[in-house]
Design a protein around this ligand. Sequence first.
Ligand code: GDP
Ligand code: MG
Length: 167
Amino acid sequence: MNQQTLVLVKPDGLKKSLTGNVLTRLSETKLEIVAAKIAKVSRKLAEEHYEQMKDKPFFEELVKYIRGELHERRKVMAMVYWGEEAIVKVRELAGATNPEEADPVSIRGAYGRITTRGIYENVIHTSKNAEEAEREIKLWFEPDDIILDLYPTKQVVIKDKKIRIWA
Ligand code: GDP
Ligand code: MG
């Protein structure tokens, strides 16, 4: 079954120049990239992205981490991968959440670490199931940012909305 999944190269991945390595590893899957961008992560986006973790003791650090406050890299690379069994294929390549427990040849096993402050720097995020993928893709991307129609859309006319255009 074709599926879509969100992949984020987290700020530690960007700081360590791992984008190329991550994309190369993910290309083994033969999945297609159907959306990609570099995004600045607002506090609101970070908190919404990790909303299921909000009661964890490390939530505040996690928000700082994904916003790049720990790596002087205020950005992440966000992508949507699409194709046969995309969710499990990318999760397997990513490896376990704890980078010390992850398979050493997985992305997190090869490139992740636990910092002395106890933060799991695990290089990438990837959705764990179809519901999570839908919620996350809709959070990170607008319909027109994605080259496939992944979810139903509707047309609205937004009146008096200020947007920026090229001068
Ligand atoms: P994932 O889906 O494999 O990324 O794992 P989760 O959804 O459970 O957790 C989200 C993120 O929170 C992980 O990728 C880690 O960056 C972080 N995290 C999860 N569990 C822990 C933990 O026990 N300690 C710390 N410090 N961070 C954690
Ligand atoms: Mg998760």
